[in-house]
Design a protein around this ligand. Structure first.
Ligand SMILES: [Zn+2]
Length: 415
């Protein structure tokens, strides 16, 4: 039987908690948790993790884009199940986003039963958050053979290009990243656990959920243009106030989103000009982030919002420019692998639950080369990307057991 040695889930959870604390001490900004892509703290973390592993049993390698790979020395002539998550963070992060998924994978590898019918490999991606170069999934894009050359010329806030940062890290030929085929092959799948980053598990009073897929996402940069005018002398009917236009548009988004609950529409950034207390606004630029689990519904909503904005600008005598800066298609998780997650959840908690992910994950990039599955873990008040991120010890314990059961279930499928 492919079963994990019983019991010791308590001890394994204790070790996982200790390791979470240790990872959190690896930071580029003392006083907070901040691990940039290709940074000294990421390099130090790789060495710390290497120190946890028995060199007689495991091979630890860092690839050209600084992904950490851990494999058992004993290899089977069989496909590989790749498990893991990311090791970078946003600025001022919490302890769990990324490291928890990585550590659960590592725990499963360290306690894997002898007779798994596949190789179980662990990856710690070097960049998922995109915090340094404002461009996400760098590690998994490279693994999947989808690393665009343009990325090399992006610069960080200190003006360092990604190409230079890679050279400084020790990657001799960064240009070669762009044209490389997938660096992993014969994958039977990619499995990742991650904190939920939302409130559904808390509301449903469950520790973990399976993930049906990752929402499609469109991001646009929009500008409304009017005319600057004197705040004291220009009556309302004569104003062409760009900021009032944006205010009305925000309310339209909220109203439209009420009709289609899975739709998420967010204006998170506004730049207003001339931004003076006594001047009617001349132009206002804003970001628009639209997400929906279904691609067709997202594209329809995007078109509808564009039409609504255009009509409203017309009425207010404003001009509009609307540029899509990102179009991320939705990704469906693999049904067979997801069944393995659901089955595992039924054995460790009162019932299984399957929900879509509104946040992006490395599974988006990995889905280009293999089937993917994900498991979410409840986090307090759905908070993430913040020092208050928290998972209870009990939920950690459940997730350790669930993770092992997922691997067992996949093994049973591949016998
Ligand atoms: Zn994450």
């Amino acid at each position: 039987m492919n079963t994990f040695p019983m019991s010791d889930f308590e001890a394994r959870t204790e070790l996982l908690k200790e390791r979470l604390e240790i990872i959190a001490t690896h930071t580029d900004e003392p006083g907070s948790i901040t691990r940039w892509f290709l940074s000294p703290s990421l390099r130090k973390l790789h060495e710390t993790i290497r120190g946890w592993l028995d060199p007689d049993k495991f091979i630890v390698e860092v690839d050209a884009i600084a992904n950490l790979h851990i494999r058992a020395k004993k290899r089977l002539d069989a496909p590989t199940l790749l498990c893991g998550s990311h090791l970078d963070s946003v600025r001022g992060a919490g302890k769990y986003d990324g490291p928890l998924g990585f550590l659960l994978a590592l725990d499963a590898l360290e306690h894997a039963p002898e007779e798994l019918p596949f190789n179980l490999d662990v990856v710690g991606f070097s960049d998922e958050e995109g915090a340094r170069f404002q461009c996400a999934y760098l590690g998994s894009c490279y693994l999947a053979g989808k690393f665009p050359k343009d990325y090399l010329y992006l610069t960080d806030e200190n003006g360092v290009s990604m190409k230079q940062a890679l050279k400084d890290w020790g990657t001799e030929n960064p240009e070669a990243l762009a044209d490389s085929p997938p660096t992993v092959s014969n994958l039977l799948g990619y499995f990742e656990a991650h904190i939920e980053q939302g409130p559904i598990l808390e509301e449903q009073r469950l520790s973990c959920a399976a993930v049906s897929g990752i929402a499609a996402q469109n991001r646009a940069s929009v500008v409304f243009r009017g005319t600057a005018a004197h705040a004291g002398t220009t009556p309302w009917p004569l104003r062409r106030d760009s900021l009032v236009g944006v205010a009305e548009f925000i309310m339209m988004l909220e109203k439209a989103s009420e009709k289609d609950l899975p739709l998420r529409a967010t204006i998170g950034m506004i730049e207003n000009h001339p931004n003076a207390s006594n001047v009617v606004s001349e132009w206002t630029k804003f970001s628009l982030d639209l997400r929906h689990p279904r691609q067709g519904a997202l594209d329809l909503a995007s078109e509808e919002f564009h039409a609504l904005a255009l009509a409203m600008c017309d009425r207010r005598r404003l001009r509009m420019t609307w540029d899509y800066v990102m179009r991320q298609p939705s990704v469906d998780c693999d049904l067979k692998l997801t069944r393995c997650v659901e089955q595992a959840l039924r054995s460790v908690q009162p019932r299984s639950l399957t929900i879509p992910s509104g946040a992006g994950h490395d599974a988006v990039a990995m889905s280009a080369i293999c089937p993917t599955a994900m498991m979410f873990i409840r986090c307090r008040h759905g908070i993430s990307h913040h020092p208050d991120e928290f998972v209870t010890p009990q939920d950690l314990r459940v997730s350790v057991e669930a993770y092992s059961k997922v691997i067992e279930n996949i093994a049973a499928q591949h016998k």
